[in-house]
Design a protein around this ligand. Sequence first.
Ligand code: KG4
Ligand code: ZN
Length: 356
Amino acid sequence: MKRKITILGIESSCDETAVSIIEENNNKTKILSNIVSSQVDVHKEFGGVVPELAARSHIEKIDLIAKKAIADSNVKIEDIDAVAATAGPGLIVCLSVGLNFGKTIACSLNKPFIAVNHLEGHALSPKLNSKINYPYLLLLISGGHTQFLNVKGLGNYKRLGTTIDDALGEAFDKTAKLIGIEFPGGPKIEEYAKLGDKNKFNLPKPIINKGGCNLSFAGLKTAVLKISKKIKTKKEKYDLAASFQKTVEEILLKKTKIAFNEFKKNNLSKKNIFVIAGGVASNKQIRKKLEKFSLEEKFEPIFPPLNLCSDNAAMIAMVGLEKFKKKNFNKLDYPAKPRWALDEKAIFLKGAGVKL
Ligand code: KG4
Ligand code: ZN
């Protein structure tokens, strides 16, 4: 295998247009460029992501973002070894933009093309900065997904638990909206929370004592909705944010404990590693609580740096790098996959009537 490998990564599954170039040299991974263009201004007035507008924005920007990523990296485009692009899960109109762009570059340069699962990007994101060996326990907390997974190897996942309704990021965003914070409000909740009384409102923790390490946030959201209708002052809003943040932390700690036990049952290696990734992993208070708890439970906690928690293309290139080393390439007719679970054998656990 070549000593130096250079991968171009592309991400367009939702509302971030991103291109990155990473390099592995003598077993050391380095991000050479990592450009992320967020579409916050495009979607702000609608209070959420509008797929058609998101796709248009990807189309308008992807050339420029790619040019900048290539220029910043100081790599000649013909010197890259492969092109990796997100193929799913996500909004099909958005996925198609980055996927087709990636296929076109790969084809024109006559380089291998690698289709990447966006969730696998989050799962491998800490590998951009830390050496981590498989297996490890992953808590993926993003805007669309909330899962505990045993990451046994590249492309080899066993789901231990999942949300049966809303994703955690979604719960943060909805709570922010109800409190009157402008889209995208999720990240602002922790700032509000710092100013409030976390014991002011007693919020529910759905399925906290059942369902193993599966999670549920819909009941919590409904409780926030009811309280938000009654409160008026800024102080009360801070209190609600603080109570929500505290409740989420308690739910995560309790479910993490169960996931630790599940993971340990099947872990033959001496080390227990716990990776926390996805947009919500940039919540500093959640990081602090999970870090402390992991160390108490003899798990080594690993978080991606803050800029690699939310959507980016360096994590897509990281999966591309691992797949490249295994010569795991894809044909140019690889489809965009709006739904694409990491553990495809796990049963669907969503909606009313789910048996836990
Ligand atoms: O991973 P990500 O960038 O996109 C998806 O793949 O979904 O995650 C975005 C989610 C959003 O719901 C956003 O509100 C949430 O991550 N998020 C946060 C914070 N920063 C981003 N939630 C809580 N606290 C934060 N600091
Ligand atoms: Zn994501």
